[in-house]
Write a protein that binds this ligand. Structure first.
Ligand SMILES: Cc1cc2nc3c(=O)[nH]c(=O)nc-3n(C[C@H](O)[C@H](O)[C@H](O)COP(=O)(O)OP(=O)(O)OC[C@H]3O[C@@H](n4cnc5c(N)ncnc54)[C@H](O)[C@@H]3O)c2cc1C
Length: 152
């Protein structure tokens, strides 16, 4: 499983949020239980910290002071599209913010979970559908171990 490369080491200390608001109340235990029934989730401090940042240069400076822009409360790692659908529905039903992240290599903070809540980590959604050797175009989709259906 490919893991994003962390942009910079955190400075010493407990990782905290740089932005006090507009973070909303964390997910209810009912939502956490529902997410856990859908796919692997994490509430480990180290996972939350890594999913709270990308390669935004300003946030790298904050990381040196053990700060991230905004911490999520839960990281959910679906590996098939139906799990994505169920996560989105659950967050909507519980009125909880949801932020999608991928490689977290963006340089402007786009994957930062601005409102806290749940991060939906797409890095476990992997699969190659087709490869066109002439054009070099590769079609990929969010499905685990999807077989290559076409190589032209
Ligand atoms: C050293 C370095 C060099 C770079 N050079 C270039 C360059 O030359 N040219 C260039 O264009 N870019 C460059 N970038 C930027 C970077 O490569 C892109 O921003 C990157 O493609 C973002 O992809 P990601 O998977 O990391 O997305 P993330 O950073 O995880 O997310 C980016 C945004 O996409 C959203 N998102 C991600 N996946 C999904 C999904 N499945 N569904 C819905 N929304 C989603 C996120 O919510 C977020 O808003 C560079 C970055 C670095 C660190």
């Amino acid at each position: 499983m490919t893991q994003p490369t962390p942009p910079i080491d955190f400075g010493a200390g407990r990782i905290g949020s740089r932005w006090a608001g507009p973070k909303q109340a964390g997910p209810t235990s009912a939502l956490v239980d529902e997410l856990r029934s859908i796919c692997p989730i994490s509430t480990a401090a180290a996972d939350l910290a890594e999913h709270a940042r990308d390669w935004w240069p300003l946030a790298m400076r904050w990381a040196l002071q053990a700060q991230v822009p905004q911490l999520p409360s839960v990281v959910a790692t679906p590996s098939i599209t139906d799990e994505v659908r169920r996560i989105v529905l659950a967050c909507a039903r519980h009125d909880t913010p949801l932020t999608v992240t991928a490689g977290r290599s963006g340089v402007s903070g786009a994957s930062v979970p601005l409102f806290g809540g749940v991060v939906l980590d797409t890095t476990h959604l992997q699969g190659v559908v087709s490869v066109d050797r002439t054009s070099g175009v590769v079609e990929v989709c969010p499905a685990p171990s999807a077989p290559i259906s076409s190589v032209r």
